[in-house]
Design a protein around this ligand. Structure first.
Ligand code: ADP
Ligand code: ASP
Ligand code: MG
Length: 417
């Protein structure tokens, strides 16, 4: 029997009417002959509201308690969604991660899924019930409640789709698909019909909050097609799938903005083997998420400046760790540039075409936006700019790559012979 995993985000569950609408969609899939697993997020802004409440109580709440608090949002949603399905005359059962057996590591607030028991799921599905799972949460081996990171109900859904070998994972949200840029910032952005796992992964990691990046990792690894679509309409959304030959034709498929980053620079580090390994091992052991790393060598190869970007929320802890490292390793010191954003241009066509970087730099130059840092990989070019320039920078590069047009190709980009 075919199986579908449907995930509803917070904005698609913000009112009783929207919960009924989600329930009706699940029932429709069941009547169409599917076994149905629903994954739901907390209603509307419930997670943000709980976070705000916690900060009224405690400036730096213990992460364990924060996870305990935040997971209540999803528990409300699963129960209400199950009630909506019952009210419509169908059978459903809600399950928390602990009841399901969704195990993670023990890193509170950014835990990773390690294993999912499917016995309970199989049992409920074989009783012809729609099963409703709380997204975003897990338990560790000692039964502690964990969360998977902001926006990670998508990851719960993709992981369940992988475990159950689902025919499809549907992500219902408040936009009708993945766009060439966040449509809230770039009104001319276009919906993309099909996108490869690789490009979507890079877009999500670089700030396209419409999908949680680890969901794409599950989708790709287990070959689950992911359909991002609107919870308010029946139109086709965006299929995230394996790369097809036509996709290489498009040099830049999307542009993204990641706001509120900080760049931390370690100055005058002795240019010796093993020092970078030591620095980043310490940051990793303390669960600091390090983004782009740039190293410049100077003083005839004797010294290096190493800088990296990180989320503003991790910056104070990262700065303290680096200052301690500066004392231990005897380098000059640590400087921090707060209030910066990263804009990125992403596309698999960059593998076979040149000129994307110059188009991007030229667009920023014309907009008189200063680039603080540049990093590139095979299919991504990123620039760090000030937070205040972020939205304007995004609109400039979207325009420069012609992403508002049907054939998104920049006239300044050349195919590699
Ligand atoms: P949900 O509550 O359904 O999980 P999210 O707020 O997490 O929804 O994701 C949907 C939002 O993602 C959209 O409202 C949009 O503003 C934002 N977004 C950012 N980048 C993109 C993009 N490239 N395409 C579509 N939406 C995007
Ligand atoms: N409710 C969680 C959050 O707001 C998870 C999610 O929405 O995916 O981050
Ligand atoms: Mg989301």
């Amino acid at each position: 029997m075919r199986l579908v995993v449907q995930k509803f985000g917070g904005s698609s569950l913000s009112t009783a009417e929207k919960i009924h609408r989600a329930a009706r969609r699940a029932i429709r899939a069941k009547l169409d002959g599917y076994r149905v697993v629903l994954v739901v997020s907390a209603m509307g802004n419930a997670t943000d509201d709980l976070l705000a409440l916690s900060s009224e109580i405690c400036a730096e709440p213990p992460k364990r308690e924060l996870d305990m608090l935040l997971t209540t949002g999803e528990q409300v949603s699963i129960a209400l969604t199950a009630m909506a399905i019952h009210a419509a005359g169908h059978e459903a059962i809600s399950l928390t991660a602990a009841q399901l057996g969704l195990y993670t590591d023990s890193v509170h607030s950014r835990a990773r899924i390690q294993r999912i028991h499917r016995d309970r799921l199989d049992q409920e599905l074989s009783c012809d019930r729609i099963v409703i799972i709380a997204g975003f949460q897990g338990i560790d081996i000692s039964g502690e409640i964990t969360t998977l990171g902001r926006g990670a109900s998508d990851t719960t859904a993709a992981a369940l789709a992988a475990v159950l070998d689902a025919d499809q994972c549907e992500i219902y949200t408040d936009v009708d698909g993945v766009y060439t840029a966040d449509p809230r910032i770039v009104p001319q952005a276009r919906k993309i019909d099909q996108i490869s796992y690789d490009v979507m992964l890079e877009m999500a990691a670089a700030g396209a909050s419409v999908m949680h990046s680890r969901a794409i990792v599950f989708g790709k690894k287990y070959g689950v097609p992911i359909h991002v679509r609107s919870s308010m309409t029946d139109g086709k959304g965006t299929m995230i799938m394996n790369e097809t030959s036509g996709m290489e034709e498009i040099v830049v498929e999307g542009v993204t903005l990641k706001e509120d980053l900080a760049v931390i620079a370690l100055n005058g580090v002795s240019n010796q083997a093993g020092l970078a390994a030591r620095i980043f091992a310490v940051l990793g052991q303390n669960h600091i998420l390090v983004d782009d790393i740039v190293q410049n060598i100077y003083d005839e190869g004797k010294l290096a400046n190493i800088s990296f970007s990180t989320n503003a929320s991790d910056a104070p802890a990262a700065q303290n760790l680096c200052q301690q490292l500066a004392r231990d390793m005897g380098f000059d010191g640590v400087s921090i540039d707060k209030g910066v954003s990263k804009i990125s241009a992403i596309g698999v066509g960059m593998r076979t075409h040149t000129g994307a970087a110059s188009t991007m730099f030229d667009a920023l130059a014309k907009a008189e936006i200063n680039i603080k840092n540049i990093s590139t990989s095979e299919i991504v070019i990123s620039c760090i700019v000030s937070n205040v320039d972020g939205a304007r920078a995004l609109r400039s590069i979207h325009d420069a790559f012609g992403l508002d047009k049907i054939e998104p190709r920049s006239n300044q980009i050349n195919e590699i012979p």
